[in-house]
Design a protein around this ligand. Structure first.
Ligand code: NDP
Length: 368
């Protein structure tokens, strides 16, 4: 069975569990309960920036199946701080040039790639060559070709590759997916989704195409695309898009804002928006007999699901990163495929590239 099809089946099962009202504050424990106890897997973080420092490392302390076992950094001062804070031995501290040596380190099972987008391929491939499983942050990379190379390297090494789609582990998102699948309000017809924020520091890599591959679309517009895919359970078949920039100094290298439309085989149309200029953080789903969605939708915590008829929806809060890492560790331990495989990440990158082409040419771009 193709990985993406298999993953959809697993995902729907998880969605059903979540929406059935099982308390998900221990979503990770749902996964662990079914399997024999094993030693937690050792995770090494590659790139000790904002996400690793503020979300992933703290989340690792809350996991059941994982532990922080190593780091890869280009900044020696960070290495000293992390070694002390997380009790990481010298032999598990690497630079980007030495990370292949992890092949000899049995304490490290999984590499979590948390570097700028255009470095994901290089770091994933090095990790695969060292014989490690890889969890790679979104977007998977900046071109379909690089995604293909990442998938090939992990396959050749016999290791799993997952993409950090944290919303796929948020019970509120899963509750919305279940409403769509159950046709609680009839068939879904339209989706309206957007994620954006006013970006600060003009010197950061997110504004440099060579490292980011694009602006808000690559960074957070991908969440709106994921929502549309999750709600429909389908791949978009065509895209159209409009790009706007009002500050051509700050946004000389990447787009400032983008709106895009996605058409799906069932006839659903998703209207999506993303921006580095204004805050947007919600989605709404319109079906024959009502609507539902989330507002806010894409925060790390505190997201809120709603139904148009005012009935209660979702509400459970989890640490999305802890749940995501525990789920991946469980797949590795049990030899089952991840629900968020590299193939899914590559498909999304293909769609993102088509959105850029649509914005550039003004044409509707068909996706095979
Ligand atoms: P940061 O800029 O805060 O950190 C990136 C780190 O990568 C740096 O601190 C540095 O770590 C390392 N790095 C290696 N080479 C470079 C380079 N040439 N330029 C800059 N940094 C470099 O970024 P974030 O942590 O915010 O984002 C990292 C990744 O995580 C991105 O792919 C982003 O899309 C994704 N992300 C995902 C989120 C989610 O919700 N899933 C949220 C935020 C980000 P060191 O000094 O240790 O070498």
């Amino acid at each position: 069975m193709p990985a993406d099809q298999q993953s959809r089946r697993d995902f729907l099962r998880t969605a059903a569990i979540a929406a059935a009202g099982v308390p998900l504050v221990g979503a990770s424990s749902l996964v662990t309960r079914a399997r024999p106890r094993q030693k937690p897997l050792g995770f090494a973080l590659v790139g000790l920036g904002s996400l690793s420092t503020n979300q992933i490392a703290p989340a690792l302390q809350r996991t059941t199946n994982c532990r922080l076992a190593g780091i890869v950094t280009g900044t020696p001062e960070k290495a000293d701080r992390w070694k002390r804070q997380y009790n990481i031995p010298d032999r598990s501290v690497y630079s980007y040039d030495t990370m292949q040596r992890m092949a000899d380190n049995a304490d490290i099972d999984v590499i979590y790639v948390v570097t700028p987008n255009a470095l994901h391929g290089e770091h994933t491939i090095k990790a695969a060559h060292a014989g490690k499983h890889v969890l790679c942050e979104k977007p998977m990379e900046v071109s379909v070709e690089r995604c293909q190379a990442m998938i090939a390297a992990c396959k050749a090494a016999g290791r799993q590759l997952a993409i950090g789609y944290r919303c796929q582990f948020d019970p509120n998102h899963l509750a919305c997916v279940k409403l769509a699948r159950d046709k609680t309000f009839g068939d879904v017809r339209m989706i309206d989704a957007g994620f954006g924020f006013p970006i600060g520091d003009p010197a950061q890599w997110r504004l440099h195409h060579a490292l980011s591959g694009g602006g808000p679309l690559m960074d957070v517009g991908i969440y709106a695309l994921q929502t549309a895919r999750m709600i429909t359970g389908e791949q978009p078949t065509s895209v159209s898009a409009l790009q706007t920039t009002t500050d051509s100094v700050k946004f000389k290298d990447v787009e400032e804002s983008m709106t895009f439309q996605l058409s799906f085989p069932s006839g659903v149309v998703a209207h999506c928006g993303t921006s580095f200029k204004v805050g947007i953080n919600r989605f709404a789903v319109f079906a024959d007999r009502g609507s539902f969605g989330m507002d806010p939708a894409y925060n790390y915590s505190g997201n809120r699901a709603f139904r148009g008829d005012g009935a209660q929806l979702g509400g459970a809060q989890v640490d999305q990163f802890a749940t995501e890492m525990d789920a991946f560790a469980s797949c590795i331990m049990n030899g089952t495929p991840t629900t968020v495989p590299g193939e899914m990440g590559m498909r999304d990158v293909r769609t993102l590239m088509a959105i850029y082409e649509a914005a550039r040419t003004g044409r509707t771009i068909r996706l095979a």
